[in-house]
Design a protein around this ligand. Structure first.
Ligand code: BYC
Length: 498
């Protein structure tokens, strides 16, 4: 399967065709004419060694000397923006890349709608804007930290390379946010940039800001689920920030979306190939019952109900990343024009929403109720609904693979209120089917809906490295096409045997 065109088009559609050359002669590659702003250049060059120290401490464990077949952005033209080659990760050229400026761009939403987009920080919204950039920036290094031990158990060199590609690009996304903080927010921006290298995923004293980024990514199935479901929150949030009236943020996010498409591809195909391996093994063994768990597991593949449980976890913690369904913060971000909705400019309304309402599902007196809420306060709820719709495409494609194998099983998204910690449903106990339960009933059902310790022990038992070129672990099928059309036995990672 090649990269989903849906995603590539999303990214391409929000870019203009103008090609902006990237300077690779500078210490920090960029297309923002960094060398003309000496103070900014010095500040970023001072941050760079701290970034590299963070990368060496918290980036992929044990593979810093390996030669990895990586894509590096060399321009921002959607039709040819990257080059491929073997690179040691600490030598990756992390740079600052903004999508081309759209002349005459105006603020697309909120009370300043139609005014020229801001090229400088609007003073009255400074702290809200900084907070949005910091939260976005914080997720990027967090995901690298979460995934840092996965190289050791990669199911193939192809997958290992994809992991490292995702990791270096999350590093570049951190650079994108740090550029904005350091260029536009003076001393407090520099302090925030430093703090982004100091928080640590899962650390008690100084954790990452958002919940899902403090969860563990203990195995490759988690990695694929994360890149399908949680990177998709990245897609939605970046698309909303790409609508920002603050033009440098909009341009940064537009280019980040181009890279994000590959991360979603890694997730969708990773889960898809896992399903394919399971279906093939079941067929070869003559097993048609997807719930014949022990017999299926003996084949060295992951049974479909366990995959569903894993997906349930990642969907629910990722839904929390949208914040409270009803949120005054989100109303402010929209009405100030700092953050739009998904596909804001394509929506047919007044883009100000002063009088509009939006239907929000809530739990009131122990029952689900749909309430019309002022649309401004329901911005997070709407983005979450758009996200849930956006998740379905890949799930349908997974289900086709199962259907073609003649196995009676379908992946389903759990009810919106299932296993939530943030927002309307944080206090409720709700099954994947959407029944409101007592705490006891929830506890009794939990191991049917989320992976148990036993499930994790089984998944872990499969996580054995497979590092011969062209070979794949039993639980995952090979990809249809190599990266950049490389042959099946291509050595995507040349591991240094120290
Ligand atoms: N965990 O009104 P509320 C990505 C906090 S992923 C912990 O409910 P708001 C990527 C919230 O910060 C995309 N805390 O929500 C993917 C606030 O705290 P403060 C990342 C949470 O503010 C994979 C308080 O609760 N980008 O790029 O409307 C790999 C009340 O807030 C959580 C963005 O998210 C949580 N889940 O919305 C790599 C975009 N949820 O400020 C990368 C930027 C809420 O009172 N961020 N809180 O201390 C935003 O737009 C908003 O900050 C949020 C929250 C949507 C996250």
């Amino acid at each position: 399967m090649s990269e989903p065109t849906e995603l590539v088009e999303d990214a391409a559609a929000i870019q203009s065709n103008a090609f902006v050359a990237v300077s690779y002669d500078d210490l920090i590659p960029n297309n923002v004419d960094l060398s003309s702003d000496k103070q900014l250049q010095r500040a970023l060059e001072a941050w760079q060694p701290a970034y590299l120290d963070w990368w060496k401490d918290m980036g992929p464990d044990g593979f810093q000397n390996a030669d990895v077949y990586l894509r590096t952005a060399v321009g921002v033209d959607p039709s040819g923006w990257a080059k491929f080659g073997h690179v040691k990760m600490p030598e990756y050229r992390w740079g600052i890349l903004l999508a081309p400026k759209e002349e005459g761009r105006t603020i697309p939403c909120g009370r300043h709608k139609g005014e020229p987009a801001w090229q400088e920080v609007p003073g009255e919204y400074r702290s809200l804007l900084r907070r949005l950039i910091v939260v976005q920036g914080d997720t990027e290094p967090a995901s690298v930290e979460q995934q840092r031990f996965l190289g050791a158990t990669a199911p193939s060199l192809y997958d290992m390379r994809n992991l490292f590609q995702v990791n270096v690009e999350e590093g570049r996304h951190l650079w994108a946010m740090v550029y904005l903080l350091v260029k536009y927010f003076g001393r407090d921006g520099r302090e925030e940039a430093q703090a982004l290298l100091e928080r640590r995923s899962g650390q008690q004293d100084n954790p990452r800001i958002l919940g899902a980024f403090n969860e563990r990514t203990p195995d490759w199935l988690s990695f694929f689920m994360f890149t399908y479901f949680t990177d998709r929150d990245g897609k939605m949030q970046l698309a909303a920030l790409a609508q920002s009236g603050f033009d440098p943020l909009s341009r940064s996010c537009r280019f980040m979306l181009t890279e994000e498409a590959h991360h979603l591809f890694v997730g969708e195909t990773g889960v898809g190939r896992t399903i394919e391996a399971t279906c093939l093994a079941m067929k070869a063994a003559g097993i048609t019952d997807p719930y014949a768990r022990d017999a299926i597991r003996k084949l060295g593949v992951i049974d479909l109900p366990t995959l569903q449980k894993k997906a349930n976890f990642h969907m629910s913690v990722t839904r929390d990343l949208f914040g409270s369904e009803i949120s005054s913060n989100a109303a402010s971000a929209f009405s100030t024009g700092l953050k739009g909705r998904f596909n804001e400019t394509a929506i047919n309304d007044d883009h100000q929403l002063e009088d509009a309402t939006y239907a929000v599902l809530r739990v009131i007196d122990g029952k689900f109720v749909t309430e019309d809420v002022p649309a401004l306060r329901a911005i997070n709820s709407r983005l979450l609904d758009d996200y849930i719709t956006d998740c379905q495409g890949g799930i349908d494609r997974w289900n086709k693979v199962i259907e073609k194998s003649g196995i009676a099983f379908q992946f389903k998204q759990p009810h919106k209120a299932f296993n939530r910690r943030i927002g309307e449903f944080a206090e409720a106990h709700v099954s994947p089917a959407g029944e409101l339960l007592s705490a006891d009933a929830w506890n009794a059902g939990k191991s049917d809906w989320l992976c148990s310790d036993d499930d994790h022990t089984f998944i872990n038992s499969l996580m054995k490295p497979c590092t011969a070129p062209g070979q794949y672990a039993s639980w995952i099928a090979p990809p249809r096409v190599g990266i950049n059309n490389q042959p099946k036995d291509f050595e995507y990672v040349r591991i240094e045997h120290a």
